[in-house]
Design a protein around this ligand. Structure first.
Ligand SMILES: *Cc1c(COP(=O)(O)O)cnc(C)c1O
Length: 963
């Protein structure tokens, strides 16, 4: 054998040697071909023409040189080594849990689940929709309320959303007051306050153990069990609140609800909380799925995403997102909330935890947890300490006058983090992972104790014991063996199209590679098993990684300071707008409340502005899709004295680099306003331009778009907010972690926390850190250039067949392009939706449908798709255009054709009597390559309206699936 036998197999011209080479799909040869196809000889020339000189930076990225994949892993191991994994018994809404291995590996570590998009195309999303419906059923059953969503971002924001919902339901015109249990989680109280201030709502906290204080409240929030561990009967306060016309919100612990009477049975109107302890690791604060359930009658005002049951074209049961007309992308400033990206992957995990354990399994975990807490309480009493609350579930509050610090330190020596309450009190929280050794270690910290008591004592009053059944649906009983569970996960996964199957060309969503090396660290115990309120000495690795990431993001965007706390783009928007609000207020400009938003903006912008207490004024776009400058100047003049900000997306949501952006920024600044650039489209800017340099004051970025956090089927996300120096004091802070906020918070003008956890979804930040570290400054810029090249290549290939709406200089687009179907629809009756559904028969996820322009498809290929895949997609679109032609020329019937009937299931094709005007072959295999690799949709086109009229949002009975 010759040595050359072992030579690398990459082509000798272009070995893929760096991470950037593998992240970027097209090889240099392919790039040359793509450039030639659009009439360019070099990437520099293309970028020079596509990106306006006025925004180009002259300062290259000052970032460390690219690391290789092994080097990045080694650096991440160093960070990990500087975190200390200590058994945390801190509680406060975050608890230890065992992620079943079958769920860890086959969901959290499985690209089939984590690279999927939000299920807006339900026909290719039946798997995750079923998992989410299971989640809703879990929440609905456990809380005792009929309708639950899937999902909210965390417990704190869920509580804040509940306050807003209660206010809507109250139909009050004035802001009014919201009463909060003093025993609510401290971070929840502060997130509520952050949200209340801009709306003028007064937040009153009070000890509710003795009943309601005097006053007029539109809503009351109770914590169940309380932060102190206390379990109290909800009924007296609920009844008293209802008597005063207030809505009752209960923030409840799902595991406790397996044993405790559910809030729905005590009269609660809204129940919120976190599903973290259902198998989702701490991750230093997130991501975890928050939840919300509501009583009958207010489901149509529920914030967030709701999965519902409907039927497909054959009348078969099928799932899809329900009541989307409440959401920000339709209702804009009138939406029920700004939530877009939620926490789908984590909701899927929590639902599967319930499927895996079933009701008896969950109850056994809860009983064991409770038993250990009861044993600790008994041991403490025997040792002479005072246990403050006789009724508790998992958390014991103990009074140890003057000794709290000393015992805390002792417990830490014994390897346990307890919660410091004050000099005289400690709290100890038990969870699924607690064992007899933990009980012994805790008791030992309090002084010499006798043998630990048996975990048998009971501290739940008989009247509060749960009697109603839950999780009775067969899905929670059918998958108990690991084999059955594995196959259930696989079955659902196979119903969906994720990035592991084909490109997902969704404009505005940047569905790029989520590299395996980026994903690896998130399940390492040193990142996964860290409680968000663990002592700062134990989290040094995390703080260094976060500090480095924030610095890098600041360098990439040209801002002075970045906060990673917001856990979605929408939350970054709110944080940024609150910073603007705080800044104006600090200068005595309280009256600056007008926010200008172009008509093309993403719906979250308007919804966030309203949440920040602003009034939205829409600025028109001209016929080329750009901001109409005449209208802009007219609106600036009209609102000069009240102008707070403009919110613009750059490049625009039309996928175009607007030449006038620097003028827009200047005009707004001249009028005393601030400029918010929505940075969700940063994939077209990284390394080429910095918003902080071309005139913007503040932006949010979407790490789940540009910076490789996978979309998870609809979340998690991270929406860091970056600001120029003058806004830095108004970044988010955190009540339990000063380090997470601005160094110099102005007296009383601080914004407060945007998320429940100090660094938001910290557990997934290693993904974006790894991406930047491995790409390096050159790789990042090349990725941007390649993304712009890919979009222009697709635009060039599609333009002869579909008009490309809106282009910038030289007929070029930025990182996405819009195929305009409107004339085709007028001529042939074939709609953009028909094309989207027909693409499923070709094995593709549709592009973004009818956003930002109705009747169009917006296509964003990203840099990660190679030329073969880009061509496969373009070929499919062109073949579909030919099919449309056959409708136009009468070969196909106008109503009975492969487009109107798409997608086609296997079952439709094997029916005895095929009566259509096209063949089965044309239906299933319109291009030859499909014979080799075919995705079969599990359902036909789904009837959206039917499901909204007949709203069903929990698991349908098995009979629903019978013929
Ligand atoms: C995705 C997106 C958002 C919202 O981000 P989420 O993380 O989904 O909340 C806002 N603006 C634009 C332009 C976007 O593309």
């Amino acid at each position: 054998m010759t040595a050359q036998y072992f030579a690398p197999v990459a082509s000798p011209q272009h070995p893929r040697s760096t991470f950037a080479d593998r992240h970027i799909g097209p090889s240099p040869d392919d790039q040359s071909r793509m450039l030639a196809a659009i009439g360019y000889s070099s990437a520099e020339a293309l970028i020079g023409d596509a990106v306006p000189g006025a925004i180009r930076t002259d300062r290259p990225l000052d970032l460390p040189p690219a690391l290789s994949e092994p080097q990045a892993i080694a650096r991440l191991r160093e960070f990990a080594a500087r975190n200390t994994v200590v058994r945390s018994m801190i509680g406060l809404g975050y608890h230890g849990t065992h992620t079943p291995g079958v769920i860890l590996r086959n969901v959290l570590e499985n690209p089939g689940w984590y690279t999927a998009y939000t299920p807006y195309q339900p026909e290719i999303s039946q798997g995750r929709l079923e998992a989410l419906l299971n989640f809703q059923t879990v929440v609905s059953d456990l809380t005792g309320l009929p309708v639950a969503n899937a999902s909210l971002l965390d417990e704190g924001t869920a509580a804040a959303e509940a306050m807003a919902l209660a206010h809507r339901v109250s139909k009050r015109k004035d802001p009014g007051a919201f009463l909060v249990d003093a025993d609510a989680l401290p971070q929840t109280i502060e997130v509520i306050r952050t949200r209340a201030v801009p709306l003028g709502i007064e937040v009153v906290t009070a000890d509710l153990s003795g009943g309601l204080p005097d006053g007029d409240f539109f809503g009351v929030l109770l914590q169940y069990p309380g932060a102190s561990g206390a379990v109290r009967d909800l009924e007296p306060v609920t009844a008293a609140a209802h008597e005063r016309g207030a809505q009752v919100v209960v923030a409840a612990d799902l595991l406790a609800l397996t044993l405790l009477r559910p809030p729905g049975e005590s009269g609660a109107d809204i129940v919120v909380g976190s599903s973290q302890r259902f198998g989702v690791p701490y991750g230093f604060g997130g991501p975890h799925a928050g939840y919300m359930a509501v009583r009958e009658g207010i489901q149509r005002q529920l914030p967030g995403r709701l999965v519902g049951v409907s039927v497909d074209a054959d009348g078969a049961t099928a799932y899809r997102l329900a009541l989307q007309t409440r959401e920000q992308h339709i209702r804009r400033e009138k939406a029920t909330s700004n939530i877009c990206t939620a926490q789908v992957l984590l909701a899927v995990m929590a639902s599967m935890y319930a499927v895996y354990h079933g009701p008896e399994g969950l109850a056994a975990i809860a009983e064991r947890t409770h038993g250990h807490a009861a044993a600790i309480a008994e041991g403490l009493r025997r040792a002479g300490a005072e246990v403050v609350h006789a009724s508790f579930f998992d958390t014991v509050l103990v009074r140890v006058p003057g000794r709290a610090r000393e015992i805390l330190a002792k417990a830490l020596e014994n390897g346990r983090n307890l919660r410091f309450v004050d000099d005289d009190h400690l709290a100890i929280a038990c969870d699924e992972t607690t064992g007899a050794d933990d009980v012994a270690a805790v008791l030992a910290a309090f002084g010499p104790a006798g043998p630990a008591p048996e975990p048998a004592a009971q501290a739940i009053p008989e009247v509060l014991r749960r009697e109603s059944p839950y999780l009775t649906h067969p899905v929670f009983h059918a998958h108990r063996s690991e084999t059955a569970m594995l196959r259930y996960l696989r079955k659902l996964q196979d119903r969906d199209i994720a990035l592991d199957r084909s490109m997902i060309p969704l404009g505005s969503c940047t569905m790029k590679l989520n590299a395996t090396t980026e994903m690896e660290p998130i399940t390492w115990p040193e990142f996964a098993d860290i409680h968000p309120f663990a002592p700062v000495e134990q989290v040094q690795g995390y703080l260094e990684l976060i500090g480095e990431l924030e610095t890098w993001l600041a360098e990439l965007t040209g801002y002075a300071k970045v906060s990673v706390q917001p856990n979605a783009g929408s939350q970054g928007e709110l944080a940024g707008l609150l910073a603007i609000r705080g800044y104006h207020a600090s200068r005595g400009d309280q009256d600056r409340t007008i926010c200008l938003i172009p008509s093309s903006a993403h719906g979250t912008n308007a919804a966030s502005a309203v949440m920040a207490g602003m009034k939205v004024v829409v600025v028109k776009c001209d016929e080329r899709g750009n901001i109409d400058l005449d209208d802009l100047h007219a609106k600036i003049d009209k609102h000069r004295a009240q102008l707070s900000a403009i919110m613009v997306t750059y490049p625009s949501t039309h996928g175009v680099f607007e030449e006038t952006i620097t003028d827009v920024c200047k005009s707004v600044h001249d009028a005393g306003g601030q400029v918010y650039v929505d940075g969700a489209n940063l994939n077209a800017l990284v390394g080429l331009a910095r918003p902080g340099e071309f005139g913007s004051d503040v932006s949010h970025l979407n790490l789940h778009k540009t910076f490789c956090i996978p979309h998870g089927g609809g979340g998690p996300g991270v929406g860091p907010v970056g600001v120029r120096e003058h806004l830095a004091p108004f970044l988010p802070s955190h009540p339990l972690r000063a380090e997470a906020g601005p160094a110099a918070e102005p007296d009383g003008a601080g914004v407060g926390p945007i998320s429940a956890a100090p660094w938001g979804s910290a557990g997934i930040l290693p993904i974006s850190w790894a991406y930047i570290a491995m790409m390096g400054p050159d790789g990042l810029r090349e990725a941007t250039e390649s993304a712009i090249l890919g979009a222009n290549y697709l635009a060039a290939r599609l333009a002869p067949h579909y008009p490309v709406l809106y282009t910038g200089r030289g007929g070029l687009v930025a990182h996405e392009c819009i195929a305009d179907l409107r004339k085709i629809t007028k001529d042939t009756g074939i709609t953009a939706e028909d094309v989207a559904k027909r693409l499923i028969d070709y094995g593709f996820h549709a592009p973004t449908l009818s956003f930002p322009v109705a009747g169009t498809l917006m296509i964003e290929p990203t840099e990660s798709e190679d030329l073969a895949e880009l061509d496969r997609f373009a070929d499919a679109m062109i073949e579909i255009r030919r099919e449309i032609e056959r409708v136009a020329d009468g070969t196909y019937d106008r109503d009975d054709n492969p487009l109107k009937n798409a997608p086609h299931t296997a079952a439709t094709l094997v029916t005895e009597d095929w009566k259509h005007s096209y063949t089965r072959e044309e239906a299933a295999y319109p291009v030859p390559a499909l014979r080799e690799d075919k995705y079969w949709p599990p359902v036909r086109r789904i009837d959206q309206a039917y499901g909204d009229r007949n709203l069903v949002c929990s698991c349908p009975p098995p009979e629903a699936f019978e013929d």
